[in-house]
Design a protein around this ligand. Structure first.
Ligand code: LLP
Length: 411
């Protein structure tokens, strides 16, 4: 990829996505499960750019959504309503109402209280809500604690005993139709064992529910398969799929998978420009024009994003020294890489972070009133804008109207 040309054409910081790779990742994933009925619901939270989702919609992807906003994005991007599922521990009444109106595949209930809200809203709006229940298998996914979700100390789902009660409740309700079972252990998983144990455990549990005449149709294994950022081991897609398929032997259910990172992570790059080099008596800093507001993963999880330098000048490797690559934000936690050997750099050199397609732009913010970057897609060798760089005016538009008395902010 010619990052120097892209940076010249679109300016920096810039997200660049290789859409051909996104498609391949999706097709590989789908292929791994083709021995069984399956529905691959891309997890929008990883990257919710409409054009990127549309690329997957054209391959007949479904969508895993965690807010009504994501549900609406999925529909706008061309995902079929009956391939959309809606999860999350705290769905509001408005979200539930709208999801029922939109008639998506099912709503994934994460507590008894929420199931009852879904039931009463379905009753009020004269609908029958298709639901699944998120079961928390109490299995340690062995990933970063912030993105581990399958333990009872995490806020997600309900334990199996409660899940049984909820399924029976739903079966006997005139407004609920339990069609699926769901679990999700965590994200960036690099160890197969917890997933295969969880799949076994939930499959056995599903057998017991079927025996109670709870007529489930979908077995949703969540997302979570990791990618290589640094030197971590990864799970082979084939092994992952086999572990799930083995667990489901004898069960005639459609498998739903909710991969996010696997589909888009490796396809994305964050292209940034060196502004200055700065030395204190302790350290060397390379200051770039992107910051933690653009890619928060290093600051938030201590995540590693490898990068390459692209320069018009010849880089002098003999003069390498350790440096932190930092952004302009007013926090010491604002860094994108730490203690990396780098040659002397000049203003205008590019630093391009890899594996930035997942949880990069989707977690970006306007902190410090910084504009979010543009997003560019590359497909069949040509580049196009998927989202223009935010403007200062975009960020302040609503506040300004209020300040000028042109709006009371209620509309
Ligand atoms: N399904 C559910 C219910 C989820 O909670 C998630 C991710 C996924 C699917 C997709 O997981 P994936 O295949 O992408 O691992 N911001 C963090 C990751 C948070 C993941 C949250 N849930 C990061 O940057 O690593």
């Amino acid at each position: 990829m010619d990052f120097l040309t892209l940076a010249y054409k679109y300016k920096t910081p810039l997200y660049v996505y290789d859409l051909d790779k996104v498609k391949n990742q999706f097709l590989n994933f789908k292929q791994a499960f083709n021995a069984r009925k399956n529905l691959i619901c891309y997890a929008l939270k990883a990257n919710s750019n409409l054009s990127l989702i549309n690329t997957l919609a054209k391959l007949d992807s479904g969508a895993d959504c965690v807010s009504i906003g994501e549900v609406k994005r999925a529909i706008l991007a061309g995902i079929k309503k009956y391939k959309i599922i809606f999860s999350g521990v705290g769905k509001s009444d408005e979200e539930i109402t709208e999801a029922l109106e939109l008639d998506i595949l099912f709503i994934n209930a994460e507590s008894k209280q929420e199931l009852k809200r879904i039931e009463s809203i379905a009753k009020q709006t004269k609908k029958i809500a298709r639901i699944s229940i998120r079961v928390n298998p109490n299995i340690d996914a062995k990933t970063h604690p912030y993105i581990s979700t399958g333990l009872h100390e995490n806020k997600f789902g309900v334990d199996m005993q409660s899940a049984s009660e909820l399924y029976l409740y739903a079966k006997n309700s005139s407004f609920l139709n339990p069609v699926g079972i769901h679990f999700h252990l965590g994200s960036q998983l690099s160890d197969l064992e917890p997933i295969s144990s969880a799949a076994q455990k939930i499959a056995d549990f599903t057998r017991s529910l079927l025996a109670l005449k709870i007529d489930l149709k979908f077995f949703d294994i969540g997302g979570g398969i990791g990618i290589v950022y640094d030197d971590e081991k990864t799970i082979k897609l084939y092994d992952y799929a086999q572990a799930i398929l083995n667990a489901l032997k004898g069960l005639d259910l459609t498998i739903i998978c909710e991969p996010g990172r696997y589909i888009v992570g490796e396809s994305g790059f964050l292209v940034t420009k060196v502004l200055y080099e700065k030395y204190t008596d302790k350290k060397r800093f390379v200051i770039i024009d992107a910051a933690m507001n653009d890619l928060i993963r290093p600051s938030l999880y201590g995540a590693i994003h490898k990068f390459k330098v692209y320069s018009q000048n010849k880089l002098d490797k003999t003069k390498e020294s350790l440096a932190d690559v930092v952004g302009p934000i007013c926090e010491s936690g604002d860094y994108l890489a730490k203690n990396i050997l780098l040659p002397p750099l000049s203003s205008g050199d590019l630093i391009v972070f890899e594996n930035a397609g997942a949880y990069g732009y989707s977690m970006a913010s306007n902190y410090n009133t910084r504009r979010r970057p543009a997003e560019i897609g590359i497909e069949h060798g040509s580049d196009r804008i998927l989202k223009r760089r935010e403007k200062f005016e975009d960020m302040i538009a609503d506040e300004l109207k209020i300040l000028k008395g042109e709006s009371d902010g209620f509309e």
